[in-house]
Design a protein around this ligand. Sequence first.
Ligand code: UD1
Ligand code: CA
Length: 458
Amino acid sequence: MSHRSCLSVILAAGEGTRMKSAQPKVLHQIAGLPMVAHVVKAAEAAGASGLALVIGHGADEMRKAAAKFAPKAETFEQEKRLGTAHAVIAARAAISKGYDDVLVMFGDTPLIDADALTVARRRLAEGAAVVVIGFRPPNPAGYGRLIEEDGKLTAIREEKDCSEEEKKIGFCNAGMMAVAGAHALKLLDAVGNENAKGEYYLTDIVEIASAQNLDVVATEASFESALGINNRAELAQAEAIWQQRRRHDAMLSGVTLIAPETVFFSHDTEIGADTIVEPNVWFGPGVRIASGAKIHAFSHIEGATIASNCDVGPFARLRPGADLRNKAKVGNFCEVKQAVIEDGAKVNHLTYIGDARVGAGANIGAGTITCNYDGYSKFFTDIGEGAFIGSNSSLVAPVTIGNGGYIASGSVITESVPDDALAFGRARQKTIPGKGKELRERFASAAAAKKKAAGADH
Ligand code: UD1
Ligand code: CA
């Protein structure tokens, strides 16, 4: 089939009032990616080389977003929402380029899987002119019903136009269709608007094509892959299904999830085999994990690269630009941002490392802070190989700690430290024998005198 060219027309002009949102419906995200971008991915996975995005409501915002998730897509503005056939025709200029297959998809159906589209395209290759993707929802109310006669699809009837008898049909229109490019515009242009809603229905091309003795068939997809999102409850439902699928894939690819239902992935999370993920872990966008890592409970990770056999958390926060090399360790209550933690380095407890390099094998003591920001600009901290940073130290950037440098606990380091040097950045300790007891006695008698004076006032 790969020799057949394919255009995907994605309808996304609707307002989505039930989302109650200032943002166009299809830009709401599943796994950190706009739902319409999931639709684009499925179209591409099914072999679509052309992409036409039909936009209307929030057109400027849509164009801006599309430039990121589908830079190759052409956008077409449907100025008035006169129905799904009218919307497809808005992309006339793309359709008339002469693709073999035209896939019509909805921007608000993010779980559509590429296989369903591939199956539909195969039917086109076998000679069908129109292939409708059907499904069997638990409750068919509101969906167009597929009317079949002798194994042929003869019509799709919208709920509002259905007879009582037709309403009993459980096989429904998922909305997506594959249409032979050679017939597409001719069929679409023949659609009228004489129906209950006065709209130009895409679904009418079924009746039009069968009246012309063209081959019209229905295929069946899973309920989930046809799930349309209209409100935020359905958005959460789709997110849950997406996460469930992703967790399953992760486990089958060799990742241990101890409590899979508590681990959340992003659309682009990459995670290697033999990684163990403990409960309650969140992966934001841009995370890559090689093999054999351990991600302990309650870690929040985004934009981070984690090499083999690293150990992260519990309660670690890795922010964008965190780059952990082999066997690096970032422990509890540590935050790492825009920093390389080189091979075997340890950042174990209660630490902030930002805009920095931590050299191989270095040990960062509890409570170390890189002071990287003066309220205006960010500065870099460079910590050499095998350095030792004593607990509760502040490294005021820009500053360099040489290889093997040794920082005394509680230091405030404002000047660079050469290789193998020891640096104290704090006052020397003074110990006065007996002075503690003397102080205590003085404070006690002062408190007693105060209490007595207060009593005398009454
Ligand atoms: C459509 C189908 C119905 C099917 C259902 C599945 C038609 C006529 N009906 O109904 O058979 O069971 O989907 O969910 O196709 N859109 C535009 N411009 C328009 C109209 C719609 O871009 O002028 C977009 C919408 O933003 C939406 C999609 O097309 O993404 C579907 O439109 P919608 O009005 O939701 O169709 P349904 O009534 O759900
Ligand atoms: Ca709909």
